[in-house]
Design a protein around this ligand. Sequence first.
Ligand code: UD1
Length: 415
Amino acid sequence: MPAASQLIRIQRRFLPVDRSSGVDLLPRTKILCVCGARPNFMKVAPIMKSLARVWGADRLLVHTGQHYDERMSSRFFRELGIPAPDLNLEVGSGSHAAQTADVMKRFEPVCIEHRPDWVVVVGDVNSTLACALVAAKLQIRVAHVEAGLRSFDRTMPEEINRLLTDAISDLLFVSEPSGVENLRREGIQASKIHLVGNVMVDTLLQNRARAEKSLILATLGLRPKSYGVVTLHRPNNVDHPAALAPILEALVRISEELPIVFPVHPRTRKNLDLAGVGSGLAGLGRLRFVEPLGYLDFLKLMSDAAVMLTDSGGIQEETTILGVPCLTLRDNTERPITLTRGTNRLTGNRSEAILRGFAEIRRDPPKAKAPELWDGKAADRIVARLTGEELAPARSEEDLVLTRGQPMNARGVSP
Ligand code: UD1
């Protein structure tokens, strides 16, 4: 007895269109996915791949252009095999209000022209909220991937984006149980909430073997498990010298014990330059500044690190899967499962607390136990819910390889 999804496939094969009218007798679900900033690319990649494996979906990818340069955007598309965006809104950098408003102004005509059945937004960046808001007001259904995460810290721009996006979404795809609790507490209907696992982990598992081939350790002259890696970009940590200076002080002290590599985010770079530190990425003793890395090099660097120090959300999750000890230089996390099941510890951003955390984690490295549903199939679950089709397991790499379309800019013109 064929499964329902197989029947749909067979029906589609024999009843694709009504020849006289050209109308699709089994209309396909039109799904428009949005990405804007670096952490979004790892999240849309597996969703686009899963969408390519169902019969009943037309997919469209819109890049808002919040992140725009080779280091922060293009190379992730290449490395992760994400199809070139159908449209790039080219909003670029700006204040929160200007950036959010620009995305909204440029996304509205796209929604009106394409009239998708679903707009899928991921994560918590300004583009996430801006596109969700446009779609909701046009009465287009919104699905939010990575819904429900809460730091309960409204000084973080991402927390505002999360709260508002979740409030107007029709489907909320959640990565860990705390997200379900948070949404229920906020009065969101249970039927909208789906615990599906973690799309960022899908990407990690799909690319782990390729990352093993990266030559980054040799390039940087490092041996496995004999170095630490730092990433910092939260405004609270890097925008003010009063916060950044004590962090750097702690990092230099740690580097006396363990060499540290610091791929510097552009926001952080700007502030290091202003403070006259690390100019030209010169480094401070054994604390070494390098340019932001691509996905595969960074995954390899992280996998073989003795310790990660970070303020990123995604890295807390990735180290949980990799079993690499992680110190998060924040007072809170919206991903509490990384504390209970992963290797993550919160230290805040004061020098002494970071050093204490480092000593503890070296003495007693935490063990990880992968959270349920962080199994590489989150995107399949999301796509199954959106299209009503169960996905057959991916048979080969070929299933995951996508054809590239010709990108267009905001005016719909190929560059
Ligand atoms: C944004 C997200 C944050 C996410 C982070 C990942 C919001 C509110 N913040 O923060 O949640 O964790 O991305 O990186 O949406 N720049 C470049 N090249 C680029 C993009 C930016 O050099 O391709 C520089 C610009 O000078 C810009 C600065 O980086 O002023 C900061 O970029 P911005 O988009 O404002 O936010 P992020 O700090 O990257």
